[in-house]
Write a protein that binds this ligand. Structure first.
Ligand code: ATP
Length: 308
């Protein structure tokens, strides 16, 4: 049996003259955490809404758990969990009331849902908050409640839209540990993010820009395949160095990181160090070194070139 959980061909969505998602081909396999990485407005939410059957594509096809979408949105409701970007539970209801309400929406039998809610309160460390109004909880606690409600009915496939944009790094770390626990229990998930550290945790990811997939693969593969050499410049006058390099052919980008300037030089330049050294010949107090690419380099390079 195929382990393909989600596949799309030529998936496109237009809103009047705006194309929010353009000709997107995806293959997402069982047990993967698949990331959509891209800036605000690149089409992450629109893609998720089409994959969950909430929005009809303008063209192209979508298959989710072996069924075409949006036609099978209703029968697949119990197999899918969708954690939207905005906290979509009732702030004037307690944690327990919200979870009971979600269980009713999923048509879960009362006995079964009571046991499941107890289990989730323990898993997500919400037992002490059970009778607290969700509106009075911290962002991190609300996020745990949202995750608990999303997995309440035991879905096989989870969609998490920018799940950690409102929480601190420590909460983000523990949230990701919980995601890997869910994967260990057999879930597949699609996570959208604009954080590089979050994208790096995914098994595979697609880099999106203006609704177009610019690159996809595992983070490691994307870094290995980077079509640029990364050079770091250290020393005096980095702002002037930056302005000079920004006007240099084959320099894809420059970005200052603390006391270093990170420079991406297109791979078509066969002697990148010699080229940069010669360009900076007037700067006597700088040193240069070639560095391993990181995901941000991949993102910058992918969004400079033509779409794949
Ligand atoms: N219902 C709509 N009507 C008109 N335009 C829309 C609609 N929904 C989305 N768009 C547009 O489509 C583009 C993609 O939006 P989308 O919300 O999918 O991006 P995103 O990557 O999820 O961004 P964000 O991180 O800000 O949510 C944007 O330009 C947005 O304004």
């Amino acid at each position: 049996m195929s382990d393909l959980v989600v596949s799309t061909q030529g998936l496109t969505r237009r809103f009047k003259e705006k194309t929010a998602v353009s000709n997107l081909d995806l293959e997402i396999r069982q047990g993967q955490i698949y990331g959509f990485l891209g800036p605000n407005g690149c089409g992450k939410t629109t893609t998720m809404r089409m994959l969950t059957g909430l929005l009809t594509p303008s063209s192209g096809s979508v298959s989710v758990l072996g069924r075409p979408m949006p036609q099978y949105a209703e029968p697949l409701k119990n197999e899918i969990g969708y954690m939207t970007q905005i906290f979509s539970y009732y702030r004037d209801m307690t944690v327990l009331e919200n979870l009971r309400f979600a269980a009713e929406i999923y048509g879960m039998p009362r006995r079964k849902s009571a046991d499941r809610i107890d289990e989730l309160l323990t898993t997500y460390d919400l037992t002490e908050n059970a009778n607290q109004l969700s509106g009075s909880m911290s962002g991190g606690q609300r996020q745990k409640l949202a995750l608990a409600a999303t997995v309440l009915h035991g879905p096989k496939l989870l969609f998490l839209d920018e799940p950690t944009s409102a929480v601190d790094p420590e909460t983000r770390r523990s949230f990701w540990e919980q995601l890997f626990d869910l994967v260990d229990q057999g879930a597949t998930m699609i996570v959208s993010t604009h954080f590089m550290d979050e994208a790096e945790r995914c098994h595979k990811l697609a880099i999106l820009e203006h609704g177009v997939k610019k690159a996809d693969g595992s983070p490691r593969q994307l870094m290995e395949d980077l079509n640029a050499t990364v050079i770091e410049v250290e020393g005096e006058g980095l702002r002037q160095v930056k302005h000079l390099l920004d006007d240099t052919p084959k320099v894809l980008s420059t970005a200052q990181v603390g006391a270093r300037l990170r420079v991406l030089v297109d791979k078509s330049e066969t002697e990148p160090m010699a080229m940069i050294t010669s360009r900076l010949s007037d700067f006597s107090n700088v040193t240069m070194s070639v560095q391993r690419p990181n995901l941000e380099d991949v993102f910058v390079s992918a969004t400079k070139g033509p779409a794949q």
